[in-house]
Design a protein around this ligand. Structure first.
Ligand code: NCD
Length: 306
């Protein structure tokens, strides 16, 4: 399978449906191998570098766990304050250095477009683990994998993406992946946090049925999947603007029960207060299973690319 060898993963909309099928199939194989406790060694002798210039728990650790599960090794900058970026080193210079140390490079950076900048600086494959308020393509892959696992299908579902759709890179990427699967999308957010119009236009011109609403309850009453997101405090220039919208959308157990529907609740995590903890024990609360799915999906990606 050489279609992905050496390829950069920068945006969700770089994938067509066939690409996604290949990645999902490989991820299922990885999940099965993990479940059987099989040791894999396809990445033996290879090194992954994870460069995180923004905080992360799940994305960095699941990439690293994925590489280790495949028999590879990992070098990491986990704390931006410990890298030479604080001395004023440019991202291209950092990447040109790291290419001498690793076979594949995962980058998270606060600037939108930084993954493209990193990819231009090296021939090594670069994976975007979040570029500011831009994209988070590998999260979208694990989200897609999760919907398949939880619901058995994606085609024909109504999926609500809720919360901070303006700054949330996970929903930018996920909406573009779902666009290839014939879902109905409901975009639920406060007015100030609506999905960027260029993304909505892109979805509509791809033929997706998209509805925008400010009413989470009405979205719930029509959905099979609810994807909640955190208000991205770090993306606000004006703290007062954050204060005005924080806590705008909170999902409670009562709301879910009142909907009378079997809803799969997802969240890329970290959660702040947008899902109350009494939701966690419900069978439809999938967010920690979703986080665990990061490992087989990232194993699939690394084994296809590196
Ligand atoms: C998300 C991110 O970093 O964009 N987290 C993640 O990767 N699972 C979501 C968030 O920070 O709200």
């Amino acid at each position: 399978m050489d279609r992905f060898r050496g390829v950069d993963v920068l945006r969700a909309d770089q994938f067509n449906r066939e690409d996604l099928e290949v990645i999902l199939e490989r991820a299922r194989q990885m999940a099965d191998a993990l479940e059987r406790g099989e040791a894999l060694d396809t990445m033996e002798g290879k090194i992954l570098a994870t460069l995180f210039f923004e905080p992360s728990t799940r994305t960095r650790l699941s990439f690293e766990a994925a590489m280790l599960r495949l028999g590879g090794k990992v070098v990491s900058v986990a704390d931006p304050k410990s890298s030479s970026a604080v001395k004023g080193e440019s991202l291209p210079d950092t990447i040109r250095t790291v290419e001498g140390y690793a076979d594949v490079i995962v980058v998270r950076h606060p600037e939108r477009g930084s993954a493209e900048v990193a990819a231009e600086a090296t021939d090594r494959p670069v994976i975007n683990a979040g570029d500011g308020a831009g994209q988070h393509p590998t999260q979208a892959l694990l989200d897609l994998f999760t919907i398949f696992k939880e619901r058995g299908r994606v085609e024909g579902l109504t999926v609500t993406l809720a919360g901070d759709l303006k700054h949330g890179r996970t929903v930018h990427s996920l909406s573009q992946v779902l666009a290839l699967y014939g879902v109905k999308l409901i975009l639920a957010s406060p007015e100030a946090l609506r999905m960027p119009p260029e993304i909505v236009e892109g979805l509509r011109s791809a033929g997706v049925d998209v509805a925008e609403t400010g009413d989470l309850k009405s979205a719930l009453s029509r959905s099979e999947v609810l994807y909640m997101t955190r208000v991205q405090r770090e993306r606000f220039e004006d703290p007062a603007a954050y204060e005005r919208v924080k806590g705008a959308f909170i999902l409670t157990r009562k709301m879910l029960e009142a909907s009378g529907r079997d809803i799969t609740v997802m969240h890329p995590l970290p959660r702040v207060d947008e899902i109350t903890v009494d939701v966690d024990p419900l069978p439809g609360a999938a967010y920690f299973r979703q986080a665990a799915n990061g490992v087989p999906v990232r194993m699939a990606l690394l084994s296809l690319i590196a």
